[in-house]
Design a protein around this ligand. Structure first.
Ligand SMILES: [Zn+2]
Length: 106
């Protein structure tokens, strides 16, 4: 396995890690807020969907942070190729490159 470290890569990763860490904290706080019982049954359904969405976001963000820590961030989990940075900037938790993601769906 080869590691391609481009100039500025480490800085970019450091910045991304801070952003993701912050997002993780925000999402955790939000989840705590959402799971607190408001005692309003009318909100139950909406809240359930929001909890699910927040939990998923949190998992994706935590997963990206874990991959950064493990040094395999930006590597496609399917073909092992590198995921273009432009894609990661739009979708920081992307685990597959574009062609693999397309196959994954189909
Ligand atoms: Zn791939």
């Amino acid at each position: 396995m080869t590691t391609h470290t481009q100039p500025g890569e480490q800085d970019w990763l450091d910045a991304l890690r801070s952003t993701l860490t912050m997002q993780c904290e925000t999402q955790s706080a939000r989840l705590t807020e959402l799971t607190a019982d408001t005692g309003d049954p009318a909100e139950e359904y909406t809240r359930g969907a929001m909890i699910a969405a927040t939990r998923q976001n949190l998992e994706q963000t935590a997963g990206a942070l874990r991959r950064i820590a493990e040094g395999r961030y930006g590597t496609c989990e399917r073909c092992g190729g590198s995921i273009p940075r432009e894609r990661l900037e739009v979708l920081p938790h992307a685990r597959f490159c574009v062609p693999c993601q397309a196959k994954q769906r189909g």
